[in-house]
Design a protein around this ligand. Structure first.
Ligand code: SF4
Ligand code: SF4
Length: 81
């Protein structure tokens, strides 16, 4: 089964602040650098916008994001954790 939801970084606008890397506790990003590298897309939680909401440069989009909210077990911020 191919993964249908994971973040994609726009390195043209990303300022490498590291907020997304620090936010995610699901091992999606490589933790040893503040430059976001998606190393484990399978770890991303379907429908989670946690890292995107922290990004001040709108540099994160999701594969599979239709713009519709998904009724999964997210908190009120649409975040996984
Ligand atoms: S969307 Fe959520 S689970 Fe996926 S990388 Fe961002 S914080 Fe992690
Ligand atoms: S939060 Fe946004 S600007 Fe900061 S490192 Fe992640 S993608 Fe780049």
């Amino acid at each position: 089964m191919s993964k249908k939801w994971y973040p994609v970084i726009n390195y043209e606008t990303c300022n490498e602040c590291g907020a997304c890397v620090n936010k995610c506790s699901h091992g999606v990003y490589e933790k040893s650098t503040t430059r976001p590298h998606v190393i484990n897309p399978d770890g991303c939680i379907d429908g989670c916008h946690g890292c995107q909401k922290l990004c001040q440069t709108q540099s994160i989009e999701y594969v599979g994001d239709t713009g519709q909210s998904q009724s999964l077990s997210m908190d009120s911020n649409g975040s996984c954790n």
